[in-house]
Design a protein around this ligand. Structure first.
Ligand code: HEM
Length: 448
């Protein structure tokens, strides 16, 4: 097909294009443009042109059928966005390096392996609930902070057989700084390069130093012990290239560890926070969920077989990921001139794929602004209208892990605690790579 359709361009400022609304609130700007202009729209941030995709048909034609044209944006020599933090780890690398590392790490994330990790995840959950009990009846906590801490403990215990909770006061604000900065370098191309000593650049470097200290600490600690842990870190340290027999460099191991450390907890923490928040706002859904959990589990911690039977709990998690997808936008670069559904796309431009828009598209989701887990009880083909874990060859490696972890932890929390929202206003969405509850979620905890 020859391209014959014109891509609408978002109206903007002569000099800066659409930089104003994008810098002020990127999440809102992307949603507004999609609503006003449709499934494919073009916008400009200063001199950088972007495409914004938000329709299942276009996702399929670009990400599945032309996965080799819509590639990761990262350039090892000139890193930007997440690559500034993650280097050449699995999320940000490309080509042979990505292929080799994905093959190496894939077995760790297979369902059978993840099932074996359930007891460790349950221990982290029980420790948090014990801590809540000690805080006392009616204590006030910030749910988002608690979920970050919980999923950080889960990922470091299961993948690296260690805990970094004693450093949480340094880790949380540093990760926050890194993600915000990474996001800013994409949404504001006028951000000055890191070698310019602006306060923001210095803050970023300081935060990176702190997180690097934690990551190299985990690696060094392992190198001094001789016993096998059979975890992901052992696998990374032992791996050698099939042809050359060479081991991974320290920098490459650091990049993979920080990638799993970050990607493995931030998204799941957001899923848990949003889900518990939505349950607190929808008592009818919470009652139905408890009916399933109380009936099947009677207060116990579920094992792998129990988890398979939690049909409504799974529907609640799916609806939560539809409504508030933790990873709501996927970024790619168009690496050659191409055509998608009759539209011409130019090489070199960046493409943002809005999972959020897919999940709220009225043609595919009746009453999309209603939180309604029942819709996931009806079998339906949602291959291109529901993709919280992405699609194509770069689909999330940790999807089974995240789902089992969330099923287990939600069932533990909901069985034993009532969470009362301290703020009755709706929590706003904030985008800093992932979709977070803006300002956190303050709640009062009460044992059931
Ligand atoms: C609810 C939780 C999670 C969500 C919503 C989520 C979402 C996603 C999405 C949308 C992508 C694709 C990004 C792209 O195409 O550019 C992705 C990739 C990835 N995720 Fe997840 N993720 C979650 C949990 C996890 C966990 C628990 C881990 C690790 C333990 C993990 C590790 C990764 C990695 C390494 C990639 C890059 C895969 C590759 O490019 O080969 N994620 N994730």
């Amino acid at each position: 097909m020859t391209p014959n359709k014109a891509i609408p361009q978002v109206k903007g400022n002569f000099l800066l294009g659409n930089l104003g609304p994008m810098s002020a609130n990127p999440f809102q700007a992307l949603c507004d443009w999609q609503r006003d202009y449709g499934g494919l729209v073009s916008f400009r941030l200063a001199s950088r042109q972007f495409y914004l995709f938000g329709h299942p048909k276009l996702f399929e034609q670009a990400l599945i059928k032309q996965g080799d044209v819509f590639v990761k944006i990262h350039d090892a020599g000139k890193p930007t966005g997440l690559a500034l933090v993650l280097g050449q780890g699995l999320v940000t690398s490309q080509g042979d390096l990505w292929q080799r590392q994905r093959q190496l790490m894939q077995p760790v994330f297979q369902r059978s392996n993840i099932t074996a990790l359930l007891p460790q995840i349950a221990t982290a959950g029980s420790n948090m609930l014990d801590r809540w009990r000690k805080l006392g009846e009616g204590a006030e906590i910030n749910l988002s902070r608690e979920m970050m801490q919980l999923t950080l403990e889960v990922i470091t215990q299961t993948m690296f057989s260690t805990s970094v909770l004693d450093k949480i006061e340094q880790i949380s604000p540093s990760l926050d700084t890194l993600l915000r900065y990474a996001s800013k370098t994409i949404v504001n191309p006028l951000t000055l390069p890191l070698y310019v000593p602006t306060p923001a650049n210095q803050k970023f470097k300081q935060a990176l130093g702190i997180i690097d200290g934690v990551i190299y600490g985990i690696i060094d600690q392992r190198r001094t012990t001789s016993c096998a842990h059979n975890d992901l870190l052992d696998k990374l340290l032992k791996a050698s290239d099939d042809n050359s027999g060479e081991k991974m460099t320290d920098k490459q191991i650091r990049d993979e560890v920080i990638t799993i450390f970050g990607a493995g907890h931030e998204t799941t923490a957001n899923l848990l926070s949003w889900t518990l928040y939505l349950l607190a706002r929808h008592p009818d859904v919470l009652a139905k969920l408890r009916q399933e959990l109380d009936g099947l589990l009677q207060g116990k911690i579920p094992d792998a077989e129990d988890l398979q039977q939690l049909v409504y709990t799974r529907a609640v998690l799916n609806e939560s990921m539809r409504f508030r997808p933790p990873a709501a936008f996927i970024l790619r670069r168009v690496n050659k001139d191409t055509e998608v559904d009759g539209y011409f796309l130019k090489a070199g431009r960046l493409a943002i794929f809005s999972i959020f828009n897919l999940h709220h598209h009225p043609d595919f989701w009746p009453q999309p602004e209603q939180f309604d887990p029942e819709r996931f009880l009806i079998p339906q083909n949602r291959r291109f209208s529901f993709m919280p874990f992405g699609t194509g060859e770069r689909i999330c490696i940790g999807s089974h892990f995240a789902l089992l972890e969330s099923l287990l932890l939600i069932s533990m929390i909901v069985q034993h605690y009532d969470l009362q929202l301290l703020n009755t206003d709706e929590v706003e969405i904030e985008m800093a790579v992932t979709l977070r509850p803006k300002g956190g979620i303050p709640v009062r905890i009460k044992r059931r």
